[in-house]
Write a protein that binds this ligand. Structure first.
Ligand SMILES: Nc1ncnc2c1ncn2[C@@H]1O[C@H](COP(=O)(O)OP(=O)(O)OP(=O)(O)O)[C@@H](O)[C@H]1O
Ligand SMILES: *[C@@H]1O[C@H](CO)[C@@H](O)[C@H](O)[C@H]1NC(C)=O
Ligand SMILES: *[C@@H]1O[C@H](CO)[C@@H](O)[C@H](O)[C@H]1NC(C)=O
Ligand SMILES: *[C@@H]1O[C@H](CO)[C@@H](O)[C@H](O)[C@H]1NC(C)=O
Ligand SMILES: [Mg+2]
Length: 337
């Protein structure tokens, strides 16, 4: 087969070059050499293609554990529990060559506390192209699936997308934003992909990752955080077990939460529930400082304090937690500069 290719190539070269010189013995051997090189080139054209364009290969997809760890330590503020769970979960999953099921994380917490931000950090430490990778897919309920009357259409569309994308690349990542606003039927439709199946219709989903983002349970997390605050206890003393019960109760028993209607939870398809704590003023200040650095401005603590101090906090008397977390600091910063 290889030899035939080589002959075909030689013929092609002769035709293309339009010379008869190559017929002479010496030229012929040179031509054969060139042709051999070309054959090699064609055989590795896939490699060259993947050199310039993203492919589903380790050059483009490989987990950087230290990268994720340093990012979580240096860039994510005030989320000691989430940070710990995520590092363990992602590290365990990515270093397992034969996972039994896809990794399913469910991130919960008040607005502006870093759920999308963490998803981005995870993507950046797995995919060279980060969130721009063609293997990272973000679905936002209100954007992609806005009309509940069309749930049947969405359902088949979403299943096709997941199947098509995982067939292309088993290391695919799916982020479902505003999961609490997603139609329960639609959540049910992705359930098979999250389960312990070797293969479904010949496709294995076991190496893909699903991340659900929602505000579900946010209030109960706040309640716990506030109790610690009022008792004068250190935020870092809050442990997962302090939040777990309240979180699962509120996620289960909330009629407004899509999770309630599904068996995602009782079938244990979610591997980790990750709580995000409400942010204090000092964390908002850190966010402002980071934003100044990102804009290549000289970080200025006075400005950071002013920006953070200007936001709303609750409860009004204590000003414990930021109402919008670290959201909306960008425009505030513009105002102060
Ligand atoms: N804990 C945090 N550490 C560092 N930066 C943060 C944190 N939380 C939020 N930010 C900053 O604020 C921006 C908005 O946060 P993000 O979009 O992650 O919030 P969210 O939790 O997804 O909120 P929502 O529930 O409203 O979608 C981020 O892009 C990031 O710059
Ligand atoms: C992993 O991340 C660290 C810290 O960000 C970085 O220094 C290192 O170069 C990265 N490694 C790879 C292989 O990209
Ligand atoms: C779509 O939603 C309606 C009501 O909201 C429900 O009766 C129907 O079963 C759903 N269809 C699918 C395919 O989930
Ligand atoms: C992959 O998902 C995207 C949505 O993120 C969709 O547009 C695309 O058609 C899917 N690809 C395949 C092959 O199904
Ligand atoms: Mg978000």
């Amino acid at each position: 087969m290889k030899l035939r290719n080589r002959h075909l190539l030689l013929l092609w070269m002769l035709v293309c070059s339009g010379t008869t010189e190559a017929i002479e013995p010496i030229s012929t051997s040179i031509a054969v050499g060139v042709a051999a090189a070309l054959t090699g080139f064609l055989a590795t054209h896939q490699n060259i293609f993947c050199y310039i364009r993203e492919c589903c290969r380790p050059e483009w997809i490989s987990f950087n554990r230290t990268g994720l760890q340093t990012d979580l330590e240096n860039k994510l503020f005030g989320q000691h529990i989430a940070s710990r769970i995520i590092l363990k979960a992602v590290n365990g999953f990515m270093s397992n060559d034969n996972p039994k099921k896809p990794l399913v994380l469910s991130l919960h917490g008040w607005t502006g506390t870093g759920k999308n931000f963490v998803s981005k950090l995870i993507a950046e430490n797995i995919y060279k192209e980060g969130m721009d990778s063609s293997f990272v897919h973000v679905f936002t309920s209100t954007l992609h699936f806005p009309h509940s009357s069309q749930n049947a259409t969405y359902k088949s569309q979403l299943q096709q997308w997941i199947k098509g994308n995982v067939s292309n690349c088993e290391r695919s990542m799916f982020i479902f934003d505003e999961m609490d606003k997603m139609h329960p039927g639609l959540i049910d439709s992705i359930k098979p992909y999250l389960d312990y199946y070797d293969k479904l219709d010949g496709v294995s989903y076991r190496k893909s990752m699903f991340i659900f983002l929602s505000n579900a349970g946010g209030e109960s997390i706040i309640e716990t955080a506030l109790n610690f605050w009022i008792a004068g206890r250190d935020r870092e003393e809050i442990e997962l077990k302090d939040l777990e019960k309240a979180l699962s109760l509120s996620v289960f028993n909330n009629d407004k939460s899509g999770f309630f209607h599904t068996s995602l939870i009782d079938k244990h398809l979610v591997d980790f529930f990750v709580p995000f704590l409400p942010l204090e003023q000092k964390h908002v200040e850190q966010c402002v400082m980071a934003e100044m650095k990102a804009r290549e401005l000289e970080p200025d603590r006075d400005v950071a304090e002013k920006v953070a101090g200007d936001l709303h906090y609750f409860p009004k008397s204590d000003r414990a937690f930021s109402t919008k977390g670290c959201k909306a600091i960008q425009s505030k910063l513009d105002y102060y500069l």
